[in-house]
Design a protein around this ligand. Sequence first.
Ligand code: UT7
Length: 310
Amino acid sequence: MNTGILGMGRYVPDKIITNADLEKVMDTSDEWIRTRTGIEERRIAEEEENTSHMGVKAAKKAVEQAGIAPEEIDLIIVATVTPDYSFPSVACMIQEQIGARKAAAMDISAACAGFMYGIVTAKQFIDTGVYKYVLVVGVEKLSRILDWNDRNTAVLFGDGAGAALLGPVSEGRGILSFELGADGSGFKHLYQDQHVKMNGREVFKFAVRQMGESCINVLEKAGLQKEDVDFLLPHQANIRIMEAARQRLDLPIEKMSVTINKYGNTSAASIPLTFVEELEAGNIKDDDLLVMVGFGGGLTWGAIAMRWGR
Ligand code: UT7
């Protein structure tokens, strides 16, 4: 047996903020945002809609699709940097609201690489046979911690959620290899005190290098080649960073998933959100080799090579 994904779900708020909307409230332009980042619009949660509410919606779909009962879930891991409260964890709130009575629950903080950290943590419990079913949710309400007067950051981010229910799958399927990493010396390039603060250029340079390297590393660890990759699911931070990773893998353009145009950067939610969109579109097929890769504040990074299917 191996560990894989049994079901997934996603959720985004209804409210759309376009680049044209932002032009009206700050010194920016649709042209600048599109060409520098690939973003056209983003979703923004209502005041009363919190991180936990969005996470619950994505989680319920993942559990339903996996075909298990909420009571069977052993552990819930939520990757987020925008929890409703410092404590209790968003994971506890989701546990209660989906009726996962026997599940342990915790949040992890690894910023935009959070979903990668969550999946890899889940894998350890399932591989060892300690737990059978682990729910991993990546969810953010970044609109709450943005400085809407700072055009350097306000135009980049959005709100949303994605979730995956992990459990045992047959040998050869599921997670084949992974890499996680961190470089705390880069903390000053991307952090939150009251609002998100970012040195865009430094993060950009780091991301271009790290995304490509991590993809190559997980392929090597799995004994696979670049040509074996069916889909690259990168963290959606900037289309130019994603393009650099795609080129490093020599992948044709249609093999990289792109949702940044619609959702902006949703941090820990971006990879699962994009993953679910590809599944819904019927683009990911049984036995496909997928590479997920993310990076973010910390600095942190993570990549996973996975064979889709049970
Ligand atoms: O999940 C991880 C989170 N973060 C990231 O992944 C971010 C990584 N970095 C990036 O994506 C890019 O560095 C940015 C999109 C943030 C910026 O793009 P850039 O090509 O690195 O632009 P820049 O920082 O070099 O700025 C170019 C110019 C500056 O003007 P001056 O100093 O050249 O006159 C900025 O003030 O663009 C200006 N600028 C803007 N102009 C219009 C910055 N933000 C905006 C804006 N609208 N929203």
